[in-house]
Design a protein around this ligand. Structure first.
Ligand code: LLP
Length: 449
């Protein structure tokens, strides 16, 4: 994906940034449909080349805007829903329920019931009580979605500790190390539940495939173990998502082709020559959508402050913040940021843009407008002559930005615009309205009010 010398991320031209900001306001999430479709096609093709019997599931937590889910489905993806809400989003986007998988480490009985009711294709089972609940629902409904067992393979990936999930010390899935996973298979087979295979997801934003390789090997070995013990033949091995993307110019995630090959190598190693021919599944979120999106902000204040030793820091305050991108605050996430002048500035009769001028760069700290420190991007290099009213374009924000947005400080969440394949921008999620902001409130009635 990040071939040397080629930037795979969506980057809007300065003209486009100004046009979209004028049409839709800021902050604004922008997604490019053609870019997203190309990413999905490339991922699916890379996987198919490595292992023909395969499926790609879009992890909808990365971005569950309905337009995004509809495109992912049209491109042949299954949809991974981590909650009833995400499942309802997929249904609202027109995805047939048999193409949806339900995840969750603590699904409520009502969530499971909803999944049975609508007929999801698969449930990823996470703990023992859930097995009993599914059994109960099967008795009621006289049918049951395919079940896969989530495994904790005990593989430590190299990523931020808050997005690592594969190690043994995790709330997710059945531990292989302590025998819980073996017991779970026994219980499910004993109850005659439609267990079809195994699942793992070891973490997110992984910039090399070694942990994926190791986990794939462990899961395949585990599957072989179940064949030896119970003659249980796994038909599906779902190896989760987690392939990293290029947030910074210096990030070099593996090309998806290399990643898929490495993952399949791990499976082949784990199968150890056994003639088990499972369908392999991956469920990437970020790797499919992150690089297809950018966020646009407008600079509203510029302030230079002393920081000691005769040095200073210049803050650019933008019209969004941790409510539209919580990732810097949560995970110390870093982003590539570009500055765009509000209007093409006249210089010597020309109409220059920063890009053409090879601008002189300075270090800035970009802050949000929340009522706390709210640093979005510390010490980023931007054109030195940025002014109030100019724009910032933040790259690679298609994943885990809009889906994690909040109304903190009563900020309306930003709109999302989709750039269609013919270049037309189309609003696919509008900004929160003030009516919506207060729609849930029940102000207790008192005499003096
Ligand atoms: N499958 C499962 C079971 C997952 O838990 C996840 C992500 C994925 C697939 C997709 O992972 P991806 O391919 O997107 O890395 N909010 C965090 C990311 C948390 C991801 C949690 N699970 C962030 O902003 O980085």
């Amino acid at each position: 994906m990040s071939e040397p010398g080629r930037d795979t991320r969506l980057i809007l031209s300065d003209v486009k940034v100004r046009e979209l900001a004028a049409l839709f306001g800021t902050p604004l999430y922008v997604l490019d449909e053609g870019h997203f479709r190309t990413r999905i096609r490339r991922y699916r093709e890379a996987f198919r080349q490595a292992w023909p019997e395969c499926e790609v599931t879009f992890a909808s937590k990365a971005n569950s805007t309905l337009a995004v889910l509809a495109i992912a489905y049209e491109e042949g993806c299954l949809i991974d829903a981590a909650s009833e809400g995400e499942l309802r989003a997929a249904i609202a986007a027109g995805v047939p329920t048999h193409r949806c998988h339900l995840h969750g480490n603590n699904k409520s009985f009502a969530e499971l019931e909803f999944a049975f009711e609508v007929g999801v294709g698969q449930i990823v089972v996470d703990h023992f009580v859930e097995i009993e609940q599914i059994f109960e629902l099967q008795q009621t409904y006289h049918r049951c979605p395919d079940l896969v067992l989530r495994l904790a393979p005990g593989v430590d990936p190299v990523t931020h500790e808050k997005i690592a999930t594969g190690q043994a010390d995790t709330k997710f899935g059945f531990n292989i190390a302590n025998g819980a996973a073996d017991r779970a298979v026994g219980v499910m087979l004993g109850l005659n539940l439609p267990l079809v295979g195994f699942h793992c997801h070891i973490g997110s934003q992984l910039l090399d495939s070694e942990a994926h390789y190791a986990a794939a090997e462990v899961v395949a070995e585990f599957a072989i173990g179940q064949w030896r013990r119970d003659r249980f033949m796994a038909r599906v091995l779902n190896l989760g998502g987690g392939l990293g993307v290029r947030y910074l110019d210096t990030d070099e995630p593996p090309a998806v082709e290399d990643h898929c090959r490495r993952l399949v190598d791990g499976v082949v190693e784990g199968l150890g020559g056994f003639n088990l021919q499972p369908k392999l599944v991956q469920e990437p979120g970020r790797a499919l959508i992150a690089e297809s999106g950018v966020t646009l902000y407008r600079i509203g204040a510029i302030k230079t402050v002393p920081i000691g030793d005769g040095k200073s820091r210049t803050y650019l305050a933008v019209d969004g913040g941790l409510s539209d991108n919580a990732r810097p605050a949560l995970y110390d996430a870093k982003y590539s940021v570009r500055g765009i002048p509000a209007d093409a500035r006249e210089e010597g009769g020309e109409v220059p843009v920063f890009d053409d001028l090879a601008p002189v760069l300075d270090r800035f700290t970009v802050a949000g407008k929340h009522c706390e420190t709210d640093t979005l991007f510390a010490d980023v290099l931007l054109p030195h002559d940025l002014q109030v009213g100019d724009y910032l374009q933040v790259l690679c924000t298609g994943a885990y930005n809009s889906s994690m947005a909040s109304n903190y400080n009563r900020f309306p969440r930003p709109a999302t615009v989709l750039i269609l394949e013919d270049g037309t921008p189309e609003l696919v999620q509008r900004r929160d309205t003030w009516d919506e902001m207060f729609a849930r409130e029940i102000l207790p009635q008192r005499e003096n009010r």
